[in-house]
Design a protein around this ligand. Structure first.
Ligand SMILES: *Cc1c(COP(=O)(O)O)cnc(C)c1O
Length: 459
């Protein structure tokens, strides 16, 4: 069968049988999808042989590039031993070895080691859901039984299961489900460009932290934990918090005896230029949730990592039922753990974080050019996490209405030019693999600039 016939056949079957995530399928029916057949480094190839730059790391997961030999080999090697083994009542060496490695890297200098226990699951939503349940049960077991609620942030995203959605703060995703959700206290989003308190940084002196404190002061007896995406609220629009905010949150959690859950599902494993975003402000959470980049973008795996203090509260006689009754069938899958071990080793071998620093500066410089364009309202960057917020009017910050689908239009145009990116509403997201080369990075910036100019010229 020739390629175009095969492509048409696949496209027809896709549209007949598949239901894509976060996708209006009515629109999808009209689209010509890219059918990916291969990947290499920072690029993806479609079935017709055309290559595209993977500008969002296959939705924020790819670390060292596609088809990275060391990770490929680790998975192949593990396949020849065993592909799955449960962690319920059994254990295996990839899960053990990875846990040991994770504990080493999550306890960065100069902080004394505090995080000591790894609880596996298989995606970001379950990692945060586990964090919430762990925090809840911890207080039930230690006698503070009134601590049953959570504090989270507007514009937060912690995943799509009911608990994770309850802690989330993106109305367009969550509103329909509100009758199913448990109530959480909500603090303002540290979104300086559209400050909820109507203030300006830095003259505000981080007054959004005062709001957090007021909620805590009033309700700390009921609040089990605060959950936060450290430094960058990802799905909420790549909202970068001002310096000192995260540290302030940690200080308030200590002051009011509230556990801090750091959702580093997106920011973890080098995304922000450090191994974990919390390191930028010397913060150690009580519970750390990781997923996306953990396997280098190869296989589903997640971990919820906590302290010995929390872990110990769950110890008791079998009949006491202090056990953490939670677990997923594919928890700690050996293939995924093997990929994750290879991923972590590559950070050292390839000096990934060190090599990134120069590229972060190049990206920053390129973005400052894009910031000059007439319909670019705000550009936010932390390491390799970038949000370009498009606005109808720079002066008033007026937003494009949903029906103009402006972000989507820009991404469609970018695709014609060989770049695959995916927007968050009116925010164009750039999230290249950490291994991207300087010339590929310049190509990413250039195509983004041309595309925004071209699409905006038409509005
Ligand atoms: C993607 C994401 C999640 C959810 O992860 P899934 O693997 O998609 O369930 C949770 N929190 C943050 C911060 C994320 O970016």
């Amino acid at each position: 069968m020739d390629i175009m016939t095969l492509k048409r056949r696949l496209e027809k079957s896709d549209k007949k049988y598949l239901w894509h995530p976060f996708t209006q399928m009515k629109d999808w029916q009209k689209e010509t999808p890219v059918i990916v057949s291969e990947g290499r480094g920072s690029f993806l190839k479609d079935i017709t042989g055309r290559w595209y730059l993977d500008g969002v790391s296959s939705l924020w997961v790819t670390v060292h590039g596609h088809r990275k030999k060391e990770i490929d080999d680790a998975i192949k090697g593990q396949i020849d031993k065993i592909s799955h083994c449960t962690l319920l009542g059994l254990t295996h060496s990839p899960a053990i070895e990875l846990a040991e490695k994770l504990i080493k890297i999550v306890n960065s200098e100069p902080q004394p080691p505090k995080l000591s226990r790894v609880f596996y699951s298989d995606n970001g939503s379950t990692a945060t859901e586990i964090g919430l349940k762990m925090a809840f049960q911890y207080w039930q077991l230690t006698g503070a039984k009134s601590k049953k609620k959570f504090l989270s942030l507007n514009n937060a995203y912690h995943g799509d299961t009911i608990g994770a959605v309850s802690a989330g703060g993106i109305d367009i995703f969550h509103e329909i489900f509100s009758p199913l959700l448990f109530k959480t206290y909500k603090a303002p989003s540290p979104y300086c460009y559209r400050c909820e308190l109507g203030k300006k940084y830095p003259s505000c002196k981080l007054s959004c932290l005062n709001t957090v404190e007021n909620i805590m002061k009033k309700h700390h007896k009921e609040i089990a934990a605060l959950i936060i995406e450290p430094l960058v609220q990802g799905a909420g629009g790549m909202i970068v918090s001002p310096h000192g905010y995260l540290k302030g949150v940690r200080r308030l959690c200590n002051k009011y005896n509230i556990l801090m859950i750091a959702d580093e599902v997106a920011t973890g494993f080098g995304r922000t230029g450090r191994m974990f975003a919390c390191e930028h402000e010397d913060v150690v959470p009580d519970i750390l949730c990781v997923a996306k980049g953990i396997t280098g973008g190869y296989l589903p795996l997640a971990a919820t990592i906590t302290t010995e203090e929390i872990y110990k509260a769950f110890l008791g006689e079998y009949k006491d039922l202090k056990t953490f009754f939670h677990g997923h069938t594919y928890t700690g899958n050996p293939l995924a753990c093997a990929a994750a071990i290879a991923n972590l080793e590559l950070f050292k071998k390839d000096k990934t974080l060190r090599k990134m620093q120069k590229k972060i500066e190049i990206l920053k410089k390129g973005l400052s050019r894009i910031a000059e364009l007439p319909n670019v309202g705000d550009i936010r960057q932390k390491g390799f996490m970038v949000g370009i917020e498009l606005v109808k009017d720079r002066k008033t910050k007026a937003q494009y209405p949903l029906e103009e689908k402006i972000g989507w239009r820009v991404c469609c145009k970018a695709r014609e030019k060989g770049l695959l990116i995916r927007p968050l509403g009116n925010v164009i997201v750039l999230m290249p693999p950490l291994s991207i080369s300087v010339s590929e990075l310049k190509m990413l910036i250039q195509i983004t600039e041309w595309t925004i100019k071209e699409v905006m010229g038409k509005f």
